[in-house]
Design a protein around this ligand. Sequence first.
Ligand code: SAM
Length: 298
Amino acid sequence: MARLREASVPSPTLAAELLLMHSLGHDRAWIYAHPEVVLTAAEAETYFRLLERRAAGEPTQYLTGKQEFWGLEFEVTPAVLIPRPETEHVIEVALERLGEERGIRINMRTGAPTPRSRIADVGTGSGCIAAALAHELPHAQIVATDISEDALEVARRNAARHGVNERIEFIRTDLLGEMLERPRESRRGEQLFDLIVSNPPYVARNEAQDLPREVREHEPAAALFAGPTGIELYERLIEQAAELLAPGGIVVLELGYNCADGVRAILSRQRVWVNVSVTNDLAGIPRVIAAERARDPK
Ligand SMILES: C[S@@+](CC[C@H](N)C(=O)[O-])C[C@H]1O[C@@H](n2cnc3c(N)ncnc32)[C@H](O)[C@@H]1O
């Protein structure tokens, strides 16, 4: 742990514990219940090798290969963004707005039938948003897209791990491009989405140097950077969502730091959006924006 502190690793005690748990294949409770245990030479070698990699900047989650999100454990590799706790607000807002506006009832305890809903998760990465929604909405059919085939492979494994792979179709495409290429007449009724969610890349290119080195040097650039301003992908995605959402359908987007005003402005330029709401995260930062596609656009 001293090695991690010396290297200015954030939360060094937690990182050391997680790496020790991973090296020994035991949970935290076991480790604290067995203070007498001495590491074998092989275990010590594994642990100290991981500590060195962490001290050199590799995120703990890439070393252990996992991260929890929405109470579910996800495989992570350097091909995908590590799921962040603030992204859970996307799930909360999506479930809330689906319930309010689409009349979709969610009974997490009994799993009672809910009306079928069609959902798209754009830029699925590890698949954490798609799998969490599939888990909560047992009758949802989900399309999850990403531009990276390597990310989609991880997402497919995560969906299988949580038993929701049969309800998620993974597609490699630019945002919702492939769905827009389908003939317009097939984009009616059943083919339109009730909900489009996304945590898109939103870091401006010139803000790269402000990111922690763990993020800048190890997480995939395609998951982080949008373009010169950071809001470029929102613009295209919101236009596509207007085409592909059913009347009354909802778009729910995670917001980057300082993106709220820009994304609000994009929504207000297009007349189809009503009931726009912004939700702050636990730090009080605007984190999620949601809007409804008007039933009768003026
Ligand atoms: C910020 S990450 C979000 C990953 C995951 N949804 C999450 O919340 O942890 C953005 C994801 O979008 C993908 N991506 C970037 N540009 C894209 C594009 N034009 N079309 C589709 N996916 C894209 C990246 O590969 C990355 O997996």
